[in-house]
Ligand binder design. Structure first.
Ligand code: UT7
Length: 335
């Protein structure tokens, strides 16, 4: 049977570090509040006027992943790009990545599953590989949140949380391997779509409302999050979807060598760690440095875990995510 193996991981983070105290000068917030409620100490925000875009950061992460995998861009036969902050409303960021990397005319698919985007993208890659359709798939998660946040006190409940960044993996078909993706598990519950949302621009509330000046106080162009409600659902679904993955593979929580959850809030990650009774060395968190980078958070954390020697061959890696949609997902991988 064909296995999907992650053979290379890459990341890219913009240089510009924004600390909690930098935010104190923009809005009514404090370093103490942000650290206590989220664990975040700083995040990266692309500098205003920078040439960086979501697809360009994804391209840099992809180049890093290609180097790590020791394969050429010409070996890639499909692109899956996860983001909620695309360069353009359309076309998607996948084709821009294909252009940036100067790859031949392969397929490029965009995934719109927000914080669960990377695991959804990985799942798509896994299925294409297991079906025999493709051999090397580039999976990217990249976000530039900073340009779309309400950086006034009105938006403080959301804007202090989000950061910019990109991560990428190369998934390869391998017939003679014991390791690879064991399973992925995807869920959604659209009845809560409006609990974490950017409402506009949309096809029924187009950008011309801003341009004609009538809508300047309209906050629907900024992310909205019903934080408490999202938090309560997140802790529930994270544990559920991790247990689903373990049960499916006849494994137990004791079998997890490393857990990487989507970095939404350090309190959420700690809560799950406690529920699963995992020691600190079995969980990797970096929200302190980067905030919530949505579709990019898992591949960035994966890259850092590897750089810090947290994963060795044969380890069971568990990935899990929850976010807007609501959507949630997990992946179990034998490294
Ligand atoms: O990645 C996708 C999934 N996302 C998540 O899973 C995030 C889930 N939610 C959360 O992480 C948390 O709900 C937040 C970090 C967003 C908020 O933390 P919280 O402990 O739920 O705070 P809260 O919204 O209940 O607000 C508590 C207080 C409020 O003031 P009052 O009404 O008690 O006077 C807020 O206005 O904190 C106030 N507040 C702030 N104060 C200082 C909200 N944001 C800030 C801020 N600085 N940035």
């Amino acid at each position: 049977m064909i296995k999907s193996e992650i053979i290379g991981v890459g990341y890219y983070l913009p240089d510009n570090v924004v600390s909690n105290s930098d935010l104190e000068s923009k809005m009514d917030t404090s370093d103490d509040w942000i650290k206590e409620r989220t664990g975040i100490e700083e995040r990266r925000w692309v500098k205003s006027g920078s040439k960086l875009t979501t697809s360009l950061m994804g391209t840099y992460a992809a180049q890093d992943a290609l180097l790590n995998a020791k394969i050429s861009k010409d070996d890639i036969d499909f692109i899956v790009f996860a983001t909620l902050s695309p360069d353009y409303y359309f076309p998607g960021s996948g084709v821009l990545l294909q252009r940036n990397l100067k790859i031949k005319e392969i397929g490029a698919l965009d995934i719109r599953n927000q914080c669960s985007g990377f695991i959804y993208a990985l799942s798509v890659a896994d299925q294409y590989i297991k079906s025999g359709m493709y051999k090397n798939i580039l999976v990217v998660g990249s976000e530039i949140h900073s340009g779309g946040l309400d950086k006034t006190s009105r938006g403080r409940g959301v804007s202090v949380i989000f950061g910019d960044g990109a991560g990428a993996v190369i998934v390869q078909a391998n017939k003679n391997s014991n390791s690879g993706i064991l399973s992925t598990h995807l869920h959604s519950e659209g009845k809560y779509a409006e609990e974490l949302i950017v409402k506009n621009p949309s096809t029924n509330h187009w950008i011309d409302k801003i341009i004609d000046g009538k809508d300047q106080d309209d906050s629907s162009y900024f992310p909205y999050m019903n934080g408490n409600f999202v938090f309560k659902n997140a802790v529930l679904r994270f544990e559920e979807v991790i247990m689903e993955a373990l049960n499916y593979n006849n494994l137990t929580k004791e079998d997890i060598s490393l857990l990487i959850t989507h970095q939404a809030n350090l309190r959420i990650s700690k809560f799950i760690q406690n529920r699963l009774k995992l020691s600190n060395d079995k969980v990797y968190n970096n929200i302190m440095k980067y905030g919530n980078t949505t579709a990019a958070s898992i591949p960035i954390a994966l890259k850092e875990s590897l750089l810090n020697n947290k994963l060795k061959k044969g380890d069971i890696l568990c990935l899990a995510a929850f976010g807007s949609g609501f959507t949630w997902a997990s992946a179990l991988i034998k490294w």
